[in-house]
Design a protein around this ligand. Structure first.
Ligand code: PRP
Length: 206
């Protein structure tokens, strides 16, 4: 299942990212702003727990998200600003990191680092700004399935139609929240119109 956010605020932020004149700080900041909006959408149906708290007016009971049952996993490097935005909001969520790099010649993704713990009974929020061929996310999902994730929700800024199809064909159970689905991939498997290489733009390695 996938959902694209059709909202003027989301469109405006995505189109800010397309502007090649913004610096890395503004690029990361804009990614974080968009991530909060994606997270808002992703958590619509999240189970809540009732907790007693002390208020100015005595003890009361209110509903809260079970943050401890959420694992936030980012795909390095470009997923890092998204990761920061999610854990700033879900402060009790567990973090995990996957290093996955797309080979520039073959366009195949390679897993080079896995720092994700056991995910049994946990909802995983998997963040990566770009879904081009979908290879990196398929690799990430396979790793998370082996760690017994209860469910996986991907937060994604830009996706190609080809990438969405590949991920959903292989993993129909995952949920994807996407800010903008772009037109297509070019011969180098870059998203068109896209925004270039998100990792390079976030970390000044152009
Ligand atoms: C980019 C991007 C995704 C992946 C998307 O990362 O951030 O992780 O490519 O491509 P795919 O859907 O075809 O697999 P990249 O490999 O450039 O690594 P980086 O974040 O270190 O720049």
């Amino acid at each position: 299942m996938y959902r694209e956010l059709h909202h003027p605020l989301v469109q405006s932020l995505v189109n800010t990212l397309r502007d090649n004149t913004i610096d890395a700080f503004v690029f990361r900041h804009t990614i974080k702003e968009l991530t909060k909006l994606l997270l808002y959408e992703a958590l619509r149906e999240i189970p809540q727990i009732s907790k007693k708290i002390m208020t100015w007016n005595g003890e009361k009971e209110y509903d809260y998200i079970k943050e401890e049952e959420i694992v936030v996993v980012s795909v390095l490097r470009a997923g890092l600003p998204m990761h920061e935005a999610v854990i700033d909001t879900l402060r009790a969520a567990v973090s995990g990191f996957l290093g996955i790099k797309r080979d520039e010649l073959t366009h195949k993704s390679v897993l080079y680092y896995d720092r994700v713990g056991d995910c049994t009974g946990k909802k995983v929020i998997l963040v990566d700004p770009m879904m081009a061929t979908g290879g990196s996310l398929c690799d990430a999902i396979e790793v998370l399935n082996k760690k017994h994730a209860k469910s996986i929700c991907i937060l994604n800024i830009l996706a190609s139609p080809e990438g969405i199809e590949t991920v959903l064909n292989k993993h129909p159970d995952v949920e994807m929240i996407i800010a903008k689905i772009d037109e297509k991939l070019n011969n180098d498997k870059f998203i068109i119109p896209g925004l270039g290489d998100a990792g390079d733009r976030a970390y000044n390695t152009l």
